[in-house]
Write a protein that binds this ligand. Sequence first.
Ligand SMILES: [Zn+2]
Ligand SMILES: [Zn+2]
Length: 404
Amino acid sequence: MKTIYFEKDIPRILATKAAAKVCKPLLFTSLNAVKYRDNLPDPPLPAGDWVRVKNIACGLCGTDVSFFKATTGTNSALEPIPGSARTYLGHENVGVVTEVGSQVTELQVGDRVTIRAYMAGCDSKGISPRCPYCEAGDYNFCLNYGAPSPYPGLTNTGAGWSDSFIYPARGLAKVYDGITDEQAVMVEPSCVSVHSVLCDRPKAGEKILIMGCGTIGLGIVQALKIVQPDCEVWAMVRSKNKQELAKKLGADHIFVGDPYEQTVKATGGSEIYKGMAGNRYFFGGFDRIYDCIGGDWANHTAVRLLKARGTLMKVGHHMNAISFDETPVWWQELRLIGVDAHGMETWEGRKLYTFDLVQEWIRDGKYTVDGFVTHHFKLEDYKKAMKLAMSGAPDVIKIVLDCQ
Ligand SMILES: [Zn+2]
Ligand SMILES: [Zn+2]
């Protein structure tokens, strides 16, 4: 098996963290806790409900970059949760089932699949019985996130950034006929965008700002126009090509320049008041903001650009404690809603996995991912892909690794 994983090796993790802070070139050397191996033995399926997948391609996501930079802070809620010895990178994949266990009924050899439950839990570890959340399809809230694997000797599972991998069948979603391989790698990130909109639906007439229009923000533009066509969408994005794409996908306005002045102009807010140290505040603002950036500046700014009882949807996040001025939160009775990946949705009277809804929308031409994949690299060239992802180059939307 050719594969890439994050090794739970404390000195190496500390070295990776230090390199990410003070000497980025060191990240691309052998000291990084993320390792490439081209000779791991392919393990037998550990149980009858597992399958083997030959991978075609897999996207690069912010989560993979966080492993590469070992960014999870010692103050993050994630940090005390015991992880496995190896975390295999890549979850935005498309592959073909090559072997099925004796109890698998939902998949057959030859089916194309993508990973649905990547986060550690019942459906990625093969825990039975599943916890009540996973049983209901809300695997993003799994109670067994920190539970040990039922197969402790099983370390070489692989994942999206591998030429093949093994997985519990119920942690995978079948790729629909009519969806191309390139569209299939975009299904998972599109699920994040669609779930962000469906987990707290905007009301008619809302003025909405999307902060940060990469893959997820651009998807939110589209999802908003499907779920609530009667809303006005501003897209905060610097690069020209993403501005154009945002407009093509339904954004009503591009939000550039000073965020306070622009918000007052867009929403009819009050005068902007300025404090002694340049601190600014005004009254009024957007009904809803999707923060796809995360971190200190984005949180500090977003809560100030919302009107009274406005809603901040926290989509982008850093796995670190941050600090921001919470005054607008209580003063204006703001709502803060976190968004974690995807799970189950209710749409037009049906309850279904986000993965099924998104695939229907892509297949039926309601939602597009055309133009999102901008770069391809070979699996073994993952460091080049990481370098490009971390460069902030304006033309990058989705980078894909070809796995064979
Ligand atoms: Zn992702
Ligand atoms: Zn669970």
